[in-house]
Design a protein around this ligand. Sequence first.
Ligand code: HEC
Ligand code: HEC
Ligand code: HEC
Ligand code: HEC
Length: 144
Amino acid sequence: MRNKKTLLAVGVFLIFSVMALVGSDVNTSSPKITITPELKEKFPMKPHHEKLAFKCVDCHEGQGDDPENFKAIDDKGCLSCHKTKQFLADRLKFMDALHTNPHNSIHDGPKLYCDECHYEHKKSDNMCLSCHSNDVKLWMRPTP
Ligand code: HEC
Ligand code: HEC
Ligand code: HEC
Ligand code: HEC
């Protein structure tokens, strides 16, 4: 008698657990976002990300299910994959010799915001150029 009740309780609990799991999956972790070819054209990715077959939500995670209303991602978004500013500074360490490492500049160290230079859906723009308009091209390649 007692065992039957326990079994029933466990059964009901399991059914509700599964329903909750399925429900949350539909509502939050994988919202149904439709990406049309027009939308891809409107928000083109940089070649280095495009070739990795990124989906919009790889960057715009948790920004709702209307792609037209996605918002810019900040340093935290970039660094969720690119580790830390210091890690990036070290990767371009060879540029430190002439103090021209954009990720560890003589003025600001490894502190600048990514979007002072890098954009995803439009051409990037090197902030250093705003003062060093003549010499930057000698120091660095274009901002990817
Ligand atoms: C979902 C993970 C992810 C996110 C988010 C991401 N990236 Fe990347 N990115 C990569 C991977 C992986 C590569 C290719 C390997 C590498 O160079 O680290 C790459 C490559 C790059 C490259 C080119 C590297 C080269 O050698 O030419 C740049 C520049 C770059 N990312 C900048 C950014 C910026 C700026 C942001 C934020 C707007 C960003 N990434 C967000 C994963 C990511
Ligand atoms: C002052 C401008 C500037 C800022 C700020 C900046 N970058 Fe860069 N970044 C560049 C330039 C220029 C290059 C190309 C350097 C070269 O190869 O000559 C580059 C190269 C890269 C690369 C490819 C080289 C590598 O290390 O693999 C990645 C990845 C990258 N940036 C990510 C980022 C991220 C993420 C941020 C923010 C934390 C950031 N950058 C901030 C200008 C900048
Ligand atoms: C590698 C990361 C990354 C990927 C992948 C990505 N975005 Fe973005 N998105 C950004 C960044 C960074 C910005 C800020 C503006 C910029 O850098 O161009 C942004 C801005 C936006 C904005 C706001 C534009 C504005 O004017 O404020 C929309 C909308 C958007 N993205 C849609 C998309 C769509 C749709 C896709 C997929 C086709 C996509 N994004 C894929 C990083 C990404
Ligand atoms: C607000 C203006 C401004 C910006 C932006 C700027 N600089 Fe400078 N920079 C200067 C001035 C002023 C000097 C000192 C005079 C000179 O040597 O031209 C200087 C000097 C330098 C020098 C020579 C230092 C030496 O070793 O003798 C380097 C290298 C340099 N900057 C790199 C950068 C880099 C990299 C960036 C981007 C991350 C940048 N600068 C952004 C104004 C700026």
